[in-house]
Design a protein around this ligand. Structure first.
Ligand SMILES: Cc1cc2nc3c(=O)[nH]c(=O)nc-3n(C[C@H](O)[C@H](O)[C@H](O)COP(=O)(O)OP(=O)(O)OC[C@H]3O[C@@H](n4cnc5c(N)ncnc54)[C@H](O)[C@@H]3O)c2cc1C
Ligand code: SF4
Length: 329
């Protein structure tokens, strides 16, 4: 591991200014992703600016419903929060489907959003990788393809985004609050992550030195009956091959409202807008669920080694919606 300096920032503005001005500096929260990557020399920041004590560790009720979650809240605290378990079970289930107790105790909400891809070639400094070193090529396209993206990928990069929490946040229309060199702003989670087509080295739209301070989830009565399902190679300690966060509201046999987001299939949590539109007003039957999932996946662009993800994603969506509607009867 390369030597680095550690700085405990006194306030947000100095933390933001330091990381914005110094390309070799990086924010540090729980360190469960960043320090791992530093040990492998995938990332080699020379200065770590610790921000964990600067951002809020609180989960607050919003006026009119919804929650404001400080970026420093641990993954364990968020998953265990009574309001989250009751009002947004898909979020609690998504977090508990990831990592381990020990990691979730240390990992923060801000860091979870910004964890890097688990593409094995990104994590192996002996292999070319456009995300790690722009212009060197993509080893994954002709390599191990099992974990790669089927939607929204590009020839430059076919990696997937690894966060389970972010998939539920996408389905819930969560909005991130940040403070950066240009001041404060909000970014919907569904617009946070970039597609890899023009510069896979940048995962998100955030600027250098832009600090996530909190995330807000709007009130969503539909989410009270929601669920998260993660399909993976091992029952624990594995990233998603495909995951689905879903909620559905049925009125008189027809779909009145629906939320679907997929994980493990793209460079970002994939909000299934096409499937959602397809379902509104349709009979809440397995036939409609299948047609909607197929419409969403019509844009899939799989490689030979991950083509199985297309039927896997379709069947997981159908199974989830069927289970949710059967439960609600
Ligand atoms: C063995 C293992 C298994 C795992 N399994 C899963 C899994 O199945 N599913 C899953 O979703 N995750 C999994 N994870 C990943 C884990 O969820 C992340 O490592 C964790 O959420 C990162 O949070 P952190 O606070 O430790 O971030 P850090 O490692 O401290 O930071 C990660 C990145 O975010 C940046 N950052 C941190 N906080 C902020 C902020 N407030 N504003 C701006 N930038 C910030 C850092 O600069 C860094 O680039 C696993 C990790 C390990 C090690
Ligand atoms: S898929 Fe992306 S992260 Fe993986 S090797 Fe290719 S460029 Fe790198």
């Amino acid at each position: 591991m390369k030597p680095f300096a550690y700085q405990r920032a006194d306030d947000m503005s100095s933390a933001v200014a330091t990381v914005a001005e110094r390309p070799e500096a990086s924010f540090l929260a729980g360190g469960t992703n960043l320090v791992d990557l530093m040990k492998m020399e995938v990332l080699t920041p020379e200065l770590l600016v610790d921000v964990r004590h600067l951002v809020s560790h609180r989960i607050q009720d919003l006026p009119g419903g919804g929650l404001r979650i400080g970026a420093g809240v641990s993954n364990s605290e968020l998953a265990a929060d009574r309001r989250v378990r009751r009002g947004y079970p898909m979020l609690s289930q998504a977090i508990l489907a990831g990592a381990s107790y020990q990691l979730r105790n240390l990992a923060t909400v801000g860091g979870n959003f910004l964890q890097r891809t688990r593409c094995m070639y990104f994590r192996d400094v002996t292999m070319p990788c456009n995300k790690r070193e722009p212009g060197t090529g993509c080893s994954a396209r002709d390599g191990q393809q099992r974990d790669l993206a089927i939607l929204g990928a590009s020839k430059l990069c076919v990696a997937t985004h690894p966060s389970d929490m972010a998939v539920a946040m996408a389905a819930l229309d969560a909005v991130i609050h940040t403070v950066g060199p240009a001041g404060e702003r909000t970014v919907p989670v569904n617009r946070l992550y970039r597609f890899p087509s023009d510069g896979p080295e940048r995962d998100t739209v955030l600027d250098r030195g832009e600090l996530i301070t909190a995330v807000e989830i709007p009130a969503a009565p539909i989410a009270a009956g929601s669920r998260y399902r993660k399909v993976r190679d091992r029952a624990s300690y594995a990233f998603a091959l495909v995951s689905v966060a879903a909620a559905i509201e049925v009125d008189d046999g027809a779909v009145r409202d629906v939320r679907i987001a997929l994980g493990g299939v793209a460079h970002r949590p994939w909000r299934a807008i096409t499937a959602e539109r397809e379902l509104l007003g349709r009979p809440a039957t397995e036939e409609s669920f299948r047609a909607a999932a197929e419409a969403e996946l019509a844009a899939a662009w799989p490689l030979p080694g991950n083509a199985f993800k297309v039927p896997l994603a379709r069947n997981t969506v159908v199974g989830m919606l069927r289970a949710l509607t059967e439960e609600a009867r």
